[in-house]
Design a protein around this ligand. Structure first.
Ligand code: UP5
Ligand code: MG
Length: 198
């Protein structure tokens, strides 16, 4: 069920690259839906189920959650957004590895979705670490301590970078230089999306 022709845009980039910040802006200014895989997982880690424990363990290690779990959460959120009439659903932080891509592409429920591309935020490691350190001071995210931040960057380089390269080879990458301030990156985001929004 759901709307088979929902338009999806993936959003990728290292930890702290600005995905959530810019996706929130796309939601407010374009009326697009922002579905964050990380936020869905953080919400689902509570509770006593075996699955919650698997999620919590992965999040605490900066490791990637098994795709079946992530996909189930994403399917429901994308479906809801589509029913609400969002013209584009931006899926933030997914797909993060080859298993994620295969799972998405093999899933009957997501097969009908039209993936328009991947919005990619390119930010050097020192800037990523700096931003996470700033946010880490507020205690907002459990995975922002220096050690887990470094691990998240390593997982990003090993598992997610190849996925970015895959979409680049497919001609589906919309790349944004993400190291400037929020306004500058927003300007570059709109520029990168011009081919999609016309
Ligand atoms: N900030 C943002 N933009 C700025 C700018 N231009 N200049 C200065 N500061 C800027 O930004 C990060 C911080 O920097 C914020 O304090 C912000 O104000 C500031 P944010 O917009 O939050 O960046 P984002 O790229 O969203 O960073 P985030 O930390 O959320 O990235 P991650 O990819 O690490 O986190 P995510 O939530 O996607 O995933 C978390 C974990 O969930 C993963 O480690 C993994 O364990 C798990 N996960 C899966 O297993 N599978 C999935 O599919 C998804 C997640
Ligand atoms: Mg985020």
């Amino acid at each position: 069920p759901g709307a088979p022709h929902a338009r999806v845009l993936f959003c990728l980039g290292g930890p702290g690259a600005g995905k959530g910040t810019q996706c929130a802006r796309l939601e407010h200014e374009f009326g697009w839906a922002h579905v964050s895989a990380g936020e869905l997982l953080r919400a689902a880690r509570a509770g006593g189920s075996e699955e919650s424990r698997v999620i919590a363990d992965c999040l605490d290690r900066g490791a990637i959650v098994p795709v079946a779990v992530t996909l189930r959460l994403l399917r429901r959120a994308i479906d809801e957004a589509t029913r609400r009439g969002a013209p584009v659903v931006v899926v933030d932080g997914f797909p993060r590895n080859a298993d994620n891509v295969e799972g998405w592409e093999a899933d009957a429920a997501t097969k009908g979705l039209d993936v328009r591309g991947v919005l990619f935020y390119d930010v050097p490691h020192d800037v990523l670490l700096q931003r996470i350190a700033v946010r880490g001071a507020s205690g907002e995210r459990d995975d922002d301590d220096a050690e887990t931040a470094r691990r998240r960057i390593r997982v990003y380089e090993e598992a997610t970078r190849p996925i970015v390269d895959l979409y680049a080879r497919r001609g589906a990458l919309l790349s944004v230089r993400g190291e400037g301030d929020v306004e500058e990156v927003w300007r570059l985001t709109k520029e990168a999306l011009a081919p999609l929004v016309g």
